[in-house]
Design a protein around this ligand. Structure first.
Ligand code: TMP
Length: 395
């Protein structure tokens, strides 16, 4: 049974960066989050059509962050060493940040965002410009056969029709093959109070337990789990056919599942308690920003993220509190943030000498960002975050 436990108000498409003339056509839906007591899956109660989010205008480039480049290079190297795949498949290849660690004849990919699919195809990496589903898996299987390694990072949490997506994995994974998926962890969201991981592109935030519950019925099972720091705390989950005995089931699987159950991920009350903490976070953040603004301080946001879109639209924070958002992504610059219409500019333009406070819209890159801005820190600049509670970091 599904129960809605969190209501994050009306929200726009969180990656929809706008020109002024587009304000009037912007659409908003109630962003509600529910818990399924059968599978323990946490999902959006209602989603919007994927084509509205994942198209040729998708403005999230995985390669821009050095943290992400390193993370993808390391995992690519490690997976190649361990599993020695003849042919690999990546689902959701974005701008090729993972794929580029392979030769063009060693990997193919699936990517529905036209800008990225065209780009990686132009580099010589065969990229299917499609959404991942069962019929595509059959089409690719007919052309290329089955795959020894399938990798998908920050993609399955976008897929609304999970049963079909896992059936497609079952269809195309070789008998001894390994499917590795990594996505943000609901346990980390609960621990860190990061309600901003909920936005339209995230149809689900997974526990390991929920994935196990869903894939068992498709003849798949988890055999290993790593906790990783990416996106504020994610799980890298290794999956195989139940019938495959080549890979033994690591002790990490039951350890993680036991930890999750102890933390209450299977109990509705856990999510109701979380909802109270989210409401407090909103109150505290608005109070802090209003207090600073009343003292005449200039506050900007660092990172035009989908997460900051959730925070600003939920907390009703607009240009009265945040002067602008700075972001290094060219496609986001000189646009306006979804819903609250805060101007987005390059760091050179937005981080002027009179800025005293930076709200970390990309709190998941806190270390990378703080390392980049020693001058701001030297002149007494302060960073604000709401993770895990609202506070000034370097006070
Ligand atoms: P994400 O948190 O959804 O991964 O998005 C991070 C955003 O923050 C992305 O738009 C790039 C931006 N960003 C900067 O502008 N400067 C930086 O130093 C870092 C790490 C990210």
């Amino acid at each position: 049974m599904k129960t809605t436990f969190l209501k994050l108000n009306k929200q726009p498409e969180s990656n929809g960066y706008l020109d002024k003339h587009q304000f009037k056509d912007e659409f908003f839906f109630n962003l509600d989050v529910c818990f399924d007591s059968d599978t323990y899956l946490v999902s959006l109660t209602k989603s919007i059509p994927p084509e509205l989010m994942f198209n040729e205008n998708y403005a999230y480039y995985s390669s821009l962050s050095s943290t992400m480049r390193k993370s993808f290079a390391n995992i690519a190297k490690s997976l190649k060493n361990i599993y020695k795949p003849k042919l690999s498949l990546e689902i959701g290849s974005n701008d090729g940040v993972f794929m580029k660690n392979f030769n063009t004849n060693e990997i193919v990919s699936v990517e529905p965002c036209g800008n990225f699919a065209d780009f990686t195809n132009s580099l010589g990496y065969k990229t299917y410009k499609n959404f991942w589903d069962y019929s595509l898996s059959t089409h690719i299987k007919n052309k290329q056969g089955t795959f020894d390694l399938i990798y998908s990072a920050n993609c399955f949490s976008h897929i609304q029709t999970l049963d079909d997506a896992f059936r497609a994995i079952k269809n195309i994974l070789s008998a001894d093959g390994v499917f590795v998926m990594e996505d943000p962890s609901i346990q980390q969201v609960l621990d860190k109070n990061t309600y901003d991981l909920f936005y339209y592109a995230h149809a689900h935030v997974f526990s390991i337990t929920s994935i196990q519950n869903i894939i068992l019925k498709h003849g798949l099972e988890i055999f290993n789990v790593d906790s990783i720091n990416v996106h504020g705390g994610s799980n890298r989950i290794y999956i195989k056919h139940i019938t495959n005995n080549t890979h033994t089931i690591d002790a990490s699987v039951s350890k993680h599942i036991d930890d999750e159950l102890l933390c209450g991920i299977g109990v509705l009350q856990t999510y109701l308690d979380f909802e109270k903490r989210v409401r407090k976070s909103k109150k505290d953040l608005v109070l802090l920003l209003e207090t600073l603004k009343a003292k005449g301080e200039n506050i900007i946001c660092y990172g035009a993220t989908a997460k900051s879109s959730t925070v600003f639209n939920y907390c009703d924070i607009s240009t009265d509190l945040i002067d602008c958002i700075v972001d290094m992504t060219p496609d986001k610059q000189n646009k306006y943030s979804p819903g609250m219409h805060i101007p987005i500019v390059s760091i050179d333009i937005g981080l002027t000498d009179d800025v005293k406070y930076i709200f970390l819209g990309a709190w998941n890159f806190k270390d990378e960002i703080m390392k980049k801005e020693p001058e701001f820190i030297k002149r007494g600049g302060k960073f604000i975050t709401h993770v895990p509670i609202v506070h000034i970091i370097n006070e």
